[in-house]
Ligand binder design. Structure first.
Ligand code: ADP
Length: 630
């Protein structure tokens, strides 16, 4: 094909869908397209500046790094030009129109759910450029790559179904975007309007922005300035700039240090979790600067995974400008900065937890799930463990939280360990028969709802010299020093000789169940339920065993001990039947039913049909008996 002929391309399906929505809807916050174009221009300038300081030969090296906006009110035209990295022909085709990042489908989904709110978030999904079609009926991009060997090209589209690419004679390095405004978007041809948008969102762009030749922004690296000279709303504005949203931060941490490494940092915790559910890349949010020059956005090596939700800036005088992004990971300066940063962030969180419980609670609700991944950060273990929060049996609802320290303060006299129990929900945990003895003794139990929690607990093993123990594995002898709770029913335990008799029943039940159980024994932990399965001493909790089964794809069931409650009418009746005829058929059937339902509660039932059939048969017999009685 001849180089000079224009070539038409179709927009990728998701992009076309997105454009359809953007073109045809009337959004009130259409102004964000200005923010998105400026942010793209600033990124492009950051990239070319980075190349320049590393000594790469770029096209038009004499051009200053800047953004120029030209407004033509009469002809309803908005033009933005940057002297950034530009795009080659291939990059242009790829970046604008034909590659649909995983974010575009996600963004479409969100847009369809909540149009007004979500449009503001477009930049987060990697499709910010297309917002230009909210205001433009036609858009032309002219760009020349900083790579001097590439030819300048033009992109042209009405945003409907396709775009056209053609070569151009000459163009300076960088990108010019001409937006032919829709009649109802003529306001974006007015200076005051654009200035206003820049003030709102783009005040911290580190390059001069000119409107019709006049510079409209001040350039400041606010993270390098002393804390005392910065007003609260400047922080908020900077956060908005960083996240490309109009959100406010939950809290921030601003500090500089000179030893052992010089760096300044301004780090925010957002109000909401920006991690897009279902997206594969976990986005880190701190940008790394060396001597005020952006070296890496979303710098993965600055913070561990469990703090990836932080947003902000780190700037060091001690980092060489020509550092390659590939070697950042091994860089000693970066790893030292990282360890100082983590310590400071954890202290900052402790401070919030202490001084503003409500704020900390908000933090935990939003980020607790990610934060808990830090249970493997052994260097900061003590601080980290203090920051963990749990729902517990002392709370009235699932939204309340406690720390481990607060738990210890509430421990009962004679209680030695910290107890927890896992389950899919508060309701499920509260119905777990393993809890009964703890309820009776008024011992608090931490409720764990997420699979990771159990790893956190077993990994931690101890907190302030107290063992962390899953309630379904507790050694009951360790509870004997804890007196019964005030409202516990003072039931008489079966007398010794009675106990021995009951043990005969247990042996018979073990006989009936055979290999299915390790043993059958009398329970000291049950008050309301007739039976429960417990693990052999020293093995894993039920939840952990379930997880291991899934992880190891192991289908074999762990053999458990069935405990029966001699105070329960059902067990007492079975005992009477047993005394009459140890081989009784009803006894046999009941034993199996009892076992299956205990298995169900334990989360392990493999054969629901057997349980259902048995239940139905028992119901059938019970109903016949009942009919005779009424
Ligand atoms: P994002 O900027 O979030 O990646 P956009 O849809 O805004 O998503 O832009 C898509 C891509 O197009 C950018 O990643 C960048 O590679 C390229 N691009 C956009 N604007 C410019 C520009 N002014 N200069 C150079 N490249 C640009």
């Amino acid at each position: 094909m001849e180089k000079s002929t224009p070539k038409t391309y179709k927009f990728k399906a998701e992009i076309k869908q997105l454009l359809d929505i953007l073109v045809h809807s009337l959004y009130t916050n259409r102004e964000i397209f200005v923010r998105e174009l400026i942010s793209n221009a600033a990124d492009a300038l950051d990239k070319v500046r980075f190349e320049t300081v590393r000594g790469t030969q770029v096209a038009d090296p004499e051009l200053p790094f800047e953004i120029r906006i030209e407004l033509d009110k009469e002809n309803k035209k908005f033009t933005i030009t940057d002297t950034g990295i530009g795009m080659s022909r291939d990059e242009l085709v790829k970046n604008i129109g034909t590659i649909a990042y995983s974010g575009s489908a996600k963004f479409l989904e969100q847009l369809q759910k909540d149009q007004k709110g979500s449009i503001d978030q477009i930049g987060r999904f990697g499709v910010g450029f297309y917002s230009v079609f909210m205001a433009g009926k036609e858009v032309k991009i002219t760009t020349r790559s900083a790579n001097a060997e590439e030819i300048p090209v033009q992109w042209h589209s009405d945003g409907l179904g396709s775009f056209e690419i053609s070569p151009v004679e000459t163009a300076p390095r960088g990108t010019k975007i001409e937006v032919f405004l829709r009649d109802d978007a003529a306001e974006f041809g007015e200076k005051y309007r654009i200035e206003n948008v820049i003030k709102k969102y783009s005040n911290f762009v580190p390059f001069p922005i000119y409107i019709d030749g006049e510079q409209v922004n001040k350039i400041s690296a606010i993270w390098r300035e002393p804390k005392s000279s910065i007003k609260e709303d400047q922080y908020t504005e900077f956060f908005k700039f960083l996240t490309n949203t109009s959100d406010e931060p939950l809290t921030y941490l601003h500090f500089s240090t000179d030893a052992p490494i010089q760096f300044s940092s301004l780090i925010f915790i957002p109000q909401t979790n920006y991690e897009i559910f279902g997206m594969t890349n976990r986005e880190h949010g701190v940008n790394l600067f060396a001597k005020r020059i952006l070296v890496q956005t979303s710098a993965k090596d600055l913070l561990p995974e469990y703090l990836r939700f932080m947003r902000g800036v780190v700037d060091s005088e001690d980092l060489p400008l020509n550092i390659s992004r590939e070697t950042l990971q091994e860089n000693m300066v970066v790893s030292k900065i990282s360890s100082i940063l983590v310590k400071r962030i954890l202290s900052h969180l402790s401070e919030i937890a202490e001084k503003d419980a409500e704020k900390y609670h908000k933090f935990w609700k939003e980020f607790g799930r990610i934060f808990k991944e830090g249970h493997t950060d052994f260097l900061n273990r003590d601080k980290f463990n203090e920051l963990l929060r749990f729902n517990s049996s002392t709370h009235k609802d699932a939204g309340e939280l406690t720390s481990l320290t607060a738990y210890i303060e509430r421990m009962k006299e004679g209680q030695k360990d910290i107890y927890y129990l896992s389950g899919p929900s508060r309701e499920a945990v509260e119905r777990d028969p393993h809890l009964e003895i703890f309820k009776q003794k008024g011992i608090e139990i931490l409720y764990l709802y997420e699979p990771l929690d159990e790893f956190v607990m077993t990994g931690m093993h101890q907190f302030k010299e107290k063992n962390l123990i899953s309630a379904d594995q507790a050694d009951l002898s360790s509870l004997k020093d804890v007196k019964l709770g005030d409202d516990a029913a003072k039931e008489e335990a079966p007398k010794e000789e009675n106990k021995r008799e009951f043990e005969k029943l247990c042996r018979r039940l073990k006989d009936i169940l055979g290999d299915k159980v390790e043993d059958v024994r009398l329970s000291e932990r049950l008050t309301d339920s007739p039976a429960v399965l417990v693990s052999k001493d020293g093995s894993f909790s039920s939840q952990m065993q379930r997880l291991m089964t899934i992880l190891n794809k192991d289908e074999t069931l762990p053999k458990k001990i069935m405990e029966v409650n001699a105070k329960h009418t059902l067990i007492q009746n079975l005992f009477e039947i047993y005394k009459k005829n140890p081989k009784d058929e009803f006894l046999e059937k009941s034993a199996t039913q009892l076992f299956l339902s205990a298995q169900l509660v334990d989360g392990y039932l493999v054969d629901p049909h057997q349980l259902v059939q048995g239940t139905q048969e028992l119901l059938k017999n019970a109903s016949s008996w009942y009919l005779e009685k009424i």
